[in-house]
Design a protein around this ligand. Structure first.
Ligand SMILES: Cc1cc2nc3c(=O)[nH]c(=O)nc-3n(C[C@H](O)[C@H](O)[C@H](O)COP(=O)(O)OP(=O)(O)OC[C@H]3O[C@@H](n4cnc5c(N)ncnc54)[C@H](O)[C@@H]3O)c2cc1C
Length: 803
């Protein structure tokens, strides 16, 4: 063991081995993996080894596809067999909604270029898996690239290939302590101390403790998981080809062949956490006691689905633990404030996702950012609030129990809620507000009668008309919306202006002005769709999406200059926005300040008295109407609402929520983060280049953005589509077709209530992006005609905002 390595990876499970492999493969060979016991000694040795294509997040589905393709490669490179059984796999749908959902999922696969999947009838499903009862099955999806591998062999294949590329593996050596140094980290191990520039927490069941060694809390917990292995089953032994991997979503089980018998795994409805603070250090290669009573219901369903199990002998019960984050996706990436500390943990399906995690993390460490948009597994998608033990227990438990339960896009789940509430929350609830959640904060969706319940739906829901009324109220009169659910960063200090000028790709606003500001990575990928406010008193605000608070703060801190102070004031500063042609008349009633167009023009911002409150006001609105965003302290939030409601009564002011906001912004073709804008896209692709200041000599991402501009331009363009849909709207990642050829995909969609049209925004090959092009789009599995229309179908000239 050397005393210095460039990188120390802690943990020799499938994830640590994959990180090591990718680092070495991409050229960093001064890397070591340190394992407490032997390779695979955590969750990895007793995994079922199954891999399948589905994931609710298309970016993660793409990384899963990468992992599957990688398995053959590491086998060849290392000479270790991964025990590949590429049997193909079936996902079954047992309810009409699930069947529609599966048809939509199939189309999403097409959007991300996974072509070797197809829908099958119950009869075909039965032929593909002859020992299966197809009772209650309405349809299924077949994927060629599904099956299972030998778990121990796979970890050794990653490790062997890493060794061949120059990496070192040290077993039987527990990491005891971590100390941050000026150069990186001191890793204190049982066999001595190592210094390194980077450490990677790939400690699986022990990730919590390895986080705490560096003073980091991670939202992760192990949960128990059962599968059973049978003796030889004559009907299975007699088959000419191996059984496919089958996921029976309504039955909560997955199944694959094991030798001449079967393996049946269960996603337990009555979940059980295990060692929430991390596994004991002396936990060996051992199993937990099975608890058949707890899984009786799921087992019964499994035995009905596969009748041969009813007479089969059970050879082994496996009850093991593996780790979950609140949303079930991995926790990957750098940790803010701990330079050189990287996470690669909470990987629920390491054999399916480990390759993609290793690749992305290695790219991140070597090149500064991963090739793919991995926000869905970025450790910075959570904030400190998510490290609360009860929050972790509720959310990971909910995820586990619902792993195979269908979640509708409009469904509100209860775990970890309510946690953060803006002060006017209760008063708004009294007024009928129905709530969603963003990064732990309750956010208003719409206002309905107190006893209204929204039915979960893949299509337009029973809240459709309520949202329509709110949209019309904004367009025709004036609406009031709580805007606490946006992030606010306050930037000050002598070098604040220069720093903002470097970090934002746009021009900076002059005093008393606000400006839309794209933020780019050095590679020219989007890092933010922000709004910068110059309050004119030496302080600046940067506003963006609330759920990106920790993600943006990490970026700001990583690029901070001396003489700049940046503070996330989002918990301290909250507010309401007025929107609609009558919003000025409401504002005039509560302030002495001149808010006429001449004094406070579009994109102007200033401090003013509103009733008793000293507020900060910006004249802008994502609704595309005349509007004012009014910011106050949290202590004044209730008062601000009362003042504005009272002043607005005469003008017919209506409270509205984010569902209406989303519809109104779509009518204006305004993009939003995670849909039109992600770190996977560039300024040129998304039209964000409109806001780039090309005259500016120095800003992050300038060279890449210029190169894009000077080339032929991006291959795809963001367009607005009018879709001929009647009872459902596009939502995101549906394929866009031209004469049967896929030419793009939807970034987001919805109903434009005040123009009466189903709308979508989409990234489309530039040759087919012209206004008037006739295309088609899949909406909830059904192909619908669509047409490229000019951006901003509502008020294309922007007259309304300039009233
Ligand atoms: C019953 C069961 C069935 C499963 N089935 C599947 C499946 O079909 N498909 C699938 O993809 N996934 C499956 N999984 C999940 C899969 O096992 C995990 O996702 C995967 O093993 C996680 O790998 P890891 O490397 O993150 O963690 P682990 O395998 O837990 O590895 C972590 C390693 O870190 C080491 N370590 C920890 N702390 C230290 C320290 N301080 N110093 C040195 N070393 C340390 C540990 O000894 C351990 O070897 C299953 C899990 C279970 C329990």
């Amino acid at each position: 063991m050397k005393s210095h390595y460039r990188v120390v990876v802690i943990g020799g499970g499938v994830v640590g081995a994959s990180v090591l492999y990718h680092l070495a493969k991409f050229g960093w060979d001064d890397v070591a993996l340190i394992e407490r016991s032997v390779l695979t000694a955590g969750s990895s040795w007793h995994a079922a080894g199954g891999f399948h294509a589905l994931n609710a997040d298309p970016n993660i589905a793409a990384l899963q596809a990468y992992t599957i393709d990688l398995l053959g490669e590491i086998e060849r490179e290392s000479g270790h067999s991964v025990g590949m059984h590429m049997t193909g796999g079936l996902t079954l749908a047992g309810t009409p909604d699930r069947w529609e959902w599966l048809q939509s999922a199939y189309r999403v696969f097409q959007s991300i270029g996974i072509e070797d999947v197809r829908l099958v009838t119950p009869k075909e499903a039965g032929e593909l898996c002859p020992i299966m009862s197809t009772d209650g099955i309405l349809g299924g999806m077949w994927a060629d690239r599904e099956g299972y591998i030998d778990t121990t062999g796979t970890v050794h294949a990653y490790a062997g290939a890493a060794r061949k590329n120059g990496a070192t593996i040290i077993e039987h050596n527990r990491v005891l302590e971590l100390h941050q140094t000026a150069e990186g980290w001191q890793v204190v191990t049982e066999k001595g101390t190592i210094s390194c520039e980077h450490v990677v927490n790939a400690a699986g069941l022990w990730a919590k403790q390895v986080g705490r060694m560096a003073g980091i809390e991670l939202p992760v917990s192990p949960l128990e998981h059962h599968y059973l292995l049978t003796e030889t089953i004559p009907e299975v032994a007699a088959l000419e080809r191996e059984l496919p991997l089958v996921v029976d979503l309504e039955g909560f089980t997955y199944m694959r062949q094991d030798l001449k018998g079967m393996l049946l795994g269960i996603y337990e409805i009555k979940h059980q956490h295990w060692m929430m603070d991390g596994a004991p250090w002396d936990y060996g290669i051992e199993l937990l006691q099975e608890n058949i009573d707890r899984i009786e219901h799921e087992l019964t369903l499994g035995f009905e689905r596969y009748p041969v199990l009813q007479t089969a002998g059970v050879k082994n019960w496996v009850n093991g633990a593996f780790t979950f984050s609140p949303d079930g996706n991995p926790l990957v990436g750098p940790v803010q404030g701990k330079r050189g500390y990287w996470c690669a943990c909470a990987v629920m399906a390491g054999f399916l996702q480990g390759g993609g995690v290793g690749k992305s993390l290695a790219e991140w460490m070597i090149h500064g950012e991963p090739e793919a948009d991995v926000f869905g597994m970025d450790v910075a998608r959570y904030g400190d609030f998510a490290n609360n033990k009860q929050f972790i227990k509720e959310t990971t438990g909910q995820f586990y129990t619902r792993r195979f339960v269908m979640t509708y896009p409009n469904e509100q789940l209860p775990a970890g809620r309510p946690l953060k509430m803006a002060p006017a929350h209760d008063a708004m609830t009294q007024a009928g507000c129905q709530w969603g959640v963003s990064w732990g904060l309750e956010v208003p969706l719409y206002f309905a009668d107190r006893d209204f319940e929204e039915a979960p739906s893949l299509k337009r829901s029973n809240a459709h008309d309520i949202v329509a009324r709110e949209c019309r109220a904004v367009r025709e009169g004036v609406g009031l919306v709580d805007i606490s659910g946006f992030s606010r960063f306050e930037v000050s200090g002598p070098h604040a202006r220069a720093w903002l000028d470097r970090i934002m790709a746009s021009k900076l606003p002059g005093p008393g002005r606000a400006r839309l500001a794209p933020m780019l990575s050095p590679q020219g990928k989007l890092k933010g769709d922000l709004t910068v406010f110059n309050w004119g008193d030496g302080t600046w605000w940067v506003m963006g999406s609330y759920y990106l608070r920790a993600w943006h703060m990490r970026w700001f801190n990583d690029h901070l200059d001396d003489g700049v102070a940046i503070e996330d004031v989002s918990d301290r500063m909250v507010g309401f926005a007025l929107a609609g042609p009558k919003s000025r008349e409401v504002l005039e009633r509560v302030t002495d300040s001149d808010v006429s167009h001449a004094v406070l023009p579009f994109m102007g911002c200033t401090s003013m008295d509103i009733g008793l409150i000293r507020a900060r006001v910006g004249r802008l609105s994502v609704t595309g109407e005349l509007g004012y965003e009014i910011h106050c302290t949290a202590a004044e939030h209730i008062a601000l609402r009362r003042i504005l409601l009272a002043a607005g009564a005469e003008s017919g002011l209506v409270e509205f929520g984010y569902n209406a906001l989303l519809s109104l912004r779509l009518e204006k073709s305004f993009g939003i983060w995670s849909a039109e804008f992600t770190q996977g896209y560039t300024a040129g692709m998304t039209g964000m280049d409109r806001w780039v200041d090309w005259e500016k000599q120095d800003f992050i991402g300038r060279d890449a953005a210029l190169a894009e501009r000077n080339s032929n331009g991006p291959e795809q363009r963001l367009v607005t589509l009018e879709v001929e849909a009647d009872n459902a709207d596009a939502s995101g990642f549906e394929p866009v077709w031209l004469d049967g050829k896929r030419v793009g995909f939807v970034t987001s969609g919805g109903y434009g209530h005040t123009i009466g049209k189903s709308l979508a925004m989409a990234l489309v090959d530039r040759d087919h992006a012209a206004v008037g092009t006739a295309l088609s789009v899949h909406v909830v599995g059904v192909e619908r005609s669509a047409q490229v229309i000019a951006p901003s179908p509502y008020d294309p000239d922007g007259a309304a905002v300039r009233l």
